[in-house]
Design a protein around this ligand. Structure first.
Ligand code: THU
Length: 137
């Protein structure tokens, strides 16, 4: 995995974060199975619940371009230690990535923690209906 490329993309996206309410900037970049890279930043709103996390912006961008499954994710924040994605984003990642999907948590000091999706979200919500949607397993 070319983590350095994804970290650079996530860092660039973080600089574009729209976070006037929290002041907390998040950048994310992901790679899909065909090698394409997509990025996202958090986009806040004065109606706080309308805020979207960086990870879900990146995922939406990938899906909107017809992307295949996700094979790697980077999240960059200023947190020490580097922050994990929120529960909503982890649940959304389970839709497009396998349980062993590598997620690299990075901070602006350069600390790196590599995790697997199933480490961070071991019991995702599952529906008992298979075969729906282009990403179903
Ligand atoms: N945020 C993300 O972008 N990703 C996460 O996984 C958790 C939180 C953003 C949302 C909000 O703009 C700010 O961080 C503070 O919660």
């Amino acid at each position: 995995m070319d983590w350095d490329t994804l970290i650079a993309e996530a860092g660039r996206a973080r600089e574009r974060a729209y976070a006037p309410y929290s002041g907390y900037r998040v950048g994310s970049a992901l790679q899909t199975e065909d090698g394409s890279v997509f990025s996202g930043c958090n986009v806040e709103n004065r109606s706080f619940g309308a805020t979207v996390c960086a990870e879900r912006v990146a995922i939406g961008s990938a899906v909107a371009t017809g992307a295949e499954r996700i094979s790697a994710v980077v999240v960059i924040t200023e947190s020490r230690p580097p922050a994990s994605p929120c529960g909503l984003c982890l649940q959304v990642l389970t839709e497009f990535g396998n349980p062993d999907l590598p997620i690299l948590l990075v901070n602006t000091d350069g600390e790196r923690l590599e995790r697997r999706l199933a480490d961070l979200h071991p019991h995702p919500f599952e529906m008992p209906v298979q075969g729906l949607g282009r990403f179903s397993q």
